[in-house]
Design a protein around this ligand. Structure first.
Ligand code: ADE
Length: 232
C-alpha cells in the first residue's frame, strides 16, 4: 500500500524523515518528494509549503504521480476550543475553509456551488487513531478544523471562526488536502498538535512550540503507520 505523509513546513516532516532509511528524493513541480519503505508500506513524504494552494498541489501530486492510496497529514494548529492546550493532539473529524466567502451571492460562509462547507475525514482512519491513542494512553481530541490562508493571531477573528463553523482548531492546509482527497476518492486523516491559541501571543508561541508540537504529531503518525502496516 502506498501511504502519503504530508506536512506544510520542513519542521513538520523532519521528525518523520529522521526515522526512515534509504530515502529517495524526487523533484516534481518545484517540490521535493521523499520515498521510502516502512515495513510493508511504500511511503511518500513531503512538505507542501504553507497554505491551501501549495498543499492542494502536493496532495494532488502525491495521489496522481505517486499513486498514494491513503493520506495522512501531520502538523501544528492554533487552538480555538479552550480545552485544547499547547502540545495537545486533535484529529479532524471534518474540515472547512474559513476564508471562502461568496456570501454576497446569498451562499453561506465556506461554500461555493458544487462544493460543500465541510469535508469529512475517513472514519476508518479516525478509528485507527482512536486505537493508537488508547494503546498509548494518549488523549486524542476530535473536532472541527478550519483552514484558511491566514495566520490567525487575533481574538475577534478566532471567535468569528468558532461561531461560524463550530471549529475547535485552525490551520492553513487541512481543508485543501481534504477537498483534493475527497474529490479523488482517497481516504485521509488530518492530525494537528497545538502550537498556539491563535491569539495575540500566537506568533511568539508558534515559534516556541513549532518543533515540539511537530514532533508529537509525527510520533503519533508513526504509531498509526505501524497499525496500518500490521493490518496489511
Ligand atoms: N497553524 C498553527 N497556528 C496557527 C494559527 N494561529 N493560524 C493559522 N495557522 C496556524
Amino acid at each position: 500500500m502506498v501511504v502519503g505523509v504530508m506536512g506544510a513546513m520542513p519542521e513538520e516532516i523532519e521528525p518523520i524523515l529522521a526515522r526512515l532509511s534509504d530515502v529517495r528524493k524526487h523533484e516534481i513541480a518545484d517540490n521535493i518528494y521523499y520515498t521510502a519503505l516502512y515495513g510493508s508500506l511504500d511511503l511518500v513524504v513531503a512538505y507542501s509549503k504553507i497554505g491551501k494552494v501549495f498543499s492542494s498541489l502536493t496532495a494532488s501530486t502525491m495521489i496522481e504521480k505517486f499513486g498514494v492510496q491513503k493520506m495522512l497529514f501531520s502538523g501544528v494548529a492554533g487552538a480555538i476550543n479552550p480545552e485544547l492546550k499547547i502540545g495537545d493532539l486533535i484529529a479532524a473529524t471534518k474540515l472547512c475553509q474559513h476564508d471562502l466567502d461568496i456570501t454576497a451571492f446569498g451562499h453561506p460562509y465556506g461554500y461555493v456551488p458544487e462544493g460543500k462547507v465541510f469535508v469529512e475525514a475517513n472514519p476508518k482512519l479516525l478509528e485507527i487513531a482512536a486505537q493508537v491513542a488508547y494503546k498509548q494512553g494518549i488523549v486524542l481530541k476530535r473536532g472541527v478544523v478550519a483552514t484558511g490562508d491566514q495566520f490567525v493571531a487575533d481574538e475577534a477573528r478566532k471567535e468569528w471562526i468558532a461561531q461560524t463553523f463550530g471549529a475547535d482548531a485552525l490551520e492553513m492546509e487541512g481543508a485543501a488536502v481534504a477537498v483534493v482527497c475527497d474529490a479523488l476518492g482517497i481516504p485521509f486523516f488530518i492530525l494537528r498538535a497545538i502550537s498556539d491559541a491563535a491569539d495575540m501571543d500566537a506568533g511568539f508561541d508558534f515559534d516556541a512550540f513549532l518543533h515540539s508540537s511537530s514532533a508529537k504529531s509525527a510520533d503519533f503518525i508513526f504509531a498509526m503507520l505501524d497499525e496500518i502496516d500490521q493490518a496489511q
